[in-house]
Design a protein around this ligand. Structure first.
Ligand code: GLN
Ligand code: ZN
Length: 745
């Protein structure tokens, strides 16, 4: 059923490209628009400039027919929802931009759609809301417009769409009536909308469309695979359509491969970096008639591709598939643009690295070599180089909780329902400017230190005035909770321009963990010690946990991940010891990313959680009984990992539950947090300030379920992104409410 007019798939391609802008132009444009400093037309123009620049660059790097529709003003899953007409009624606003950003960010009137991690990456997407009554109506406007824009530059492109199966599997159901509903139930209707989009693209002269189906690589049920097969048979049967390229990634296509092979799609993308079993597993006969788009260049890390094994894999695939094209394992969205923009990295490290542009060059280079390789020729497949495990001995465990709790109560003498914060206070413009000046060499170390100390003093005095029970130093020295530690540990490098989109306008600059991790000198001790010297109240020290440090970095591949995390844990352990020696009796080790490294396939999850918990304990078990260990997790819908959270054995756990009232207080969750628990009572993600009555109500609800001796009162995350007026008002109300409730327990 192959449509005859489809031209051959390009020999080299990438599944997608960064979009935030080399100098984060999109971030600036979005913020200007949101602040009312720019018009919608200005924002659209900024987007167009970025798309043009990307296509031109990809063409210059030698890519024939680059991908399009990989740009997004906020998120590509949200774009897909809009393309399918799946816009919940409550978001509809006067303009397309109003509607779009209301879904992404909320308004005074409506809360935004939920946002969550895109598979196991650090990119976050907006979760579509699909109900039994959602009306799908195709709006191919965006992909069609991008095809035309590229054509004006003389370029043909391959529009990229989130595939229908992945779209529905990522969506969240709106329950309608009594019957159980899953968004995937709506597949037949969604396919109607995809048909129209494909027809519109065909009418535009598009010859290939890429449908991203990463969900198919995550291990799916029989029913889901059947649905995928049915979907692509139906789309494949369309009389007038572009060639269909279905891209699986973030793992082995596994059981989805024979299913896709059995449909009329012309090209299938495989992630050869994560799914190394593609070369050894049984190969469906039907693939002999298809193009395999082989993702041998990693889109997930910053390491240079070893050419010989990649070429060997390509040659081996070519023996079995109809034809082979060279590609990245997934979109390059997850890596920075260009290594050439880095001026401060060690040359020896630079030789090991490749960012997006270097990866494009790797893809075209491999394609050129494959093209001249005679059939049956090429390097033979080397056995996969297994990372060499190391097994450091486990440190001794802490005393049982009851023993520690008694020692801490005697030592700390905290009131019932102690109040505290999660660590950071607002980062002022002056501080950011001082840090930039320090980096640029315009401000001396001593003067910078003086300013940080000034800020610590201000934050300590503020907390005293507000009447909080456990104070923090406010984290003014940190640009970021991971980067700061990376800058002070051996084995890490940090980049100048290595920004990667996290969500919307938010970017992070992941450090590069390239060698053995060691802590040379104490990192946070002087700040905590200074804060402690200013006040008679207890001061809580603030550290980032080993899993989070690794999860938010680009990590070396020659050691098993577990062993890398253990090295970081031992460095954190040294810091815990030194904080304790400096008289800090409460130490918080944050692990907001504990769930982020959870493997996609259920079969691998238990082993991960076991070592992640072990790493946390390595980091914290050096603390004496009377030192209180806190942890903080940025979520509360932790059903999957409740046992692991319990296993951390922290004395106090704070979680983000302000937005999901009550959910955490269901039976299994309460049991899992059998020690101190601080379910956030102030949602710091919103500029809204809750009044004392509202905080009091949440507190009383907590006390219906938890014994008063276990409850802590705190915001649900760090205050870094809020303003001082908001923070002062909210914390005043939090303290007032706590005092009222305290008088009655
Ligand atoms: N201690 C950190 C802060 O307050 C925690 C941030 C986080 O949980 N992501 O900023
Ligand atoms: Zn948090």
């Amino acid at each position: 059923m192959t449509t005859p007019r489809i031209s051959p798939f390009p020999a080299a391609t990438v599944l997608g490209y960064p979009r935030i802008g080399r100098r984060r132009e999109l971030k600036r444009a979005l913020e200007a628009y949101w602040d009312g400093r720019a018009t919608a037309a200005g924002l659209r123009r900024a987007g167009l400039d970025l798309r043009r620049e990307s296509w031109t660059r990809l063409a210059a790097l030698g890519l024939d027919r680059p991908p399009s529709n990989t740009f997004s003003l906020y998120d590509h899953v949200l774009d897909t929802a809009v393309m399918l007409g799946a816009v919940p009624e409550r978001y509809r606003g006067p303009s397309a931009e109003d509607t779009y950003f209301a879904m992404a960010r909320g308004t005074d009137r409506v809360a935004p759609l939920r946002m969550t991690k895109w598979f196991d990456t650090n990119y976050h997407y907006i979760v579509p809301e699909i109900g039994p009554d959602t009306v799908f109506a195709a709006d191919p406007g965006k992909p069609v417009a991008e095809v035309r824009e590229a054509r004006e530059l003389g370029l043909s492109t391959r529009p990229v769409l989130v595939g229908p199966v992945t779209f529905l599997l990522l969506a969240q159901g709106v329950p309608g009536g009594a019957r159980r509903f899953a968004p995937l139930d709506r597949l037949p209707d969604v396919l109607g909308a995809y048909k129209n989009v494909l027809a519109a693209l065909a009418a535009e002269g598009v010859d290939w469309v890429q449908l991203d189906e990463p969900a198919l690589a995550a291990g799916r049920t029989e029913a889901e695979l059947d649905a995928a097969g049915a979907a692509y048979r139906r789309l494949g049967a369309l009389p007038d359509r572009p060639g269909l390229f279905v891209a699986t990634y973030f793992g082995s296509a596994g059981a989805a491969l024979p299913v896709l092979a059995d449909t009329p799609v012309e090209a299938i993308g495989l992630d050869l970096v994560r799914g190394d079993d593609h070369l050894t597993a049984a190969w469906p006969e039907a693939l002999a008639g298809k193009t395999v788009v082989a993702g041998v260049v990693s889109g997930r890390d910053v390491w240079r591709t070893e050419p010989e094994p990649a070429l060997a894999a390509l040659a081996a695939l070519r023996e079995r598939a109809g034809s082979v094209s060279v590609s990245t394992s997934c979109s390059l969205l997850h890596v920075p643009y260009d290594l050439a923009a880095e001026t401060t990295l060690e040359p020896a490290l630079v030789r090991r690295l490749a960012f997006a542009d270097q990866k494009v060059a790797e893809v075209t280079g491999l394609a050129a070599r494959l093209a001249v390789l005679p059939p049956g020729g090429g390097p033979s497949l080397p056995p996969p180089a297994a990372p060499v495990p190391t097994r450091p001995p486990a440190p001794p465990a802490r005393s049982p909780y009851e023993v520690r709790a008694a020692a801490q109560a005697a030592h700390l003498r905290l009131p019932p329902l102690p109040t505290t914060t999660i660590g950071s206070f607002p980062q002022t413009g002056e501080l950011r400017a001082a840090r930039a000046a320090l980096a640029a060499g315009e401000l001396g170390e001593a003067e910078y230190d003086r300013r940080v100390r000034g800020e610590i003093e201000r934050v300590v005095r503020l907390q005293e005035r507000l009447g909080l029970d456990v104070l923090v130093h406010g984290e003014p020295e940190r640009n970021d909770m991971v980067q700061y530690f990376a800058e002070h540990l051996d084995g890490f490098a940090v980049t100048r321009n290595g920004w990667v989109q996290s969500y919307g306008s938010r970017c992070t600059r992941p450090p590069i963990l390239h060698g053995d991790v060691r802590r040379g000198a104490p990192i946070t001790v002087r700040w905590a010690e200074y804060a402690r010297s200013l006040t008679a109240m207890p001061v809580k020290g603030m550290l980032t946990g080993p899993v989070t440090i690794v999860a938010w970095s680009f990590v070396r591949r020659d050691l098993p991940l577990r062993d890398v995390v253990f090295q970081v844990a031992d460095a954190v352990r040294d810091e815990v010891r030194d904080l304790e020696d400096a008289g800090i009796s409460i130490i918080q080790v944050d692990e907001p990313a504990l769930r982020e490294l959870l493997p996609l396939r259920a079969a691998d999850q238990e082993a991960y959680l076991a070592w992640a918990v072990e790493a946390y304990r390595r980091a914290t078990s050096g603390a004496g009984d009377r030192t209180q260990i806190h942890t903080h997790l940025c979520y509360s819908d932790a059903d999957q990992i409740l046992a692991a959270i319990d296993g951390l054995d922290a004395d106090v756990t704070s979680i983000e539950s302000a937005r999901s009232h009550g959910r955490i207080l269901t039976e299994p969750a309460v049991a899992a947090f059998a020690r101190g628990l601080g379910p956030g009572v102030y949602d710091i993600h919103s500029p809204r300030v809750p009044d004392a009555a509202e905080v009091e109500k949440s507190l009383r609800a907590l006390l219906d379920v938890l014994p008063p001796g276990r409850v802590w009162v705190n915001p649900d995350c760090g205050l870094k992104t809020r303003t001082y007026p908001q923070v002062e008002a909210a914390l005043t109300n939090l303290v007032t409410a706590t005092r009222r409730v305290r008088d009655t327990v």
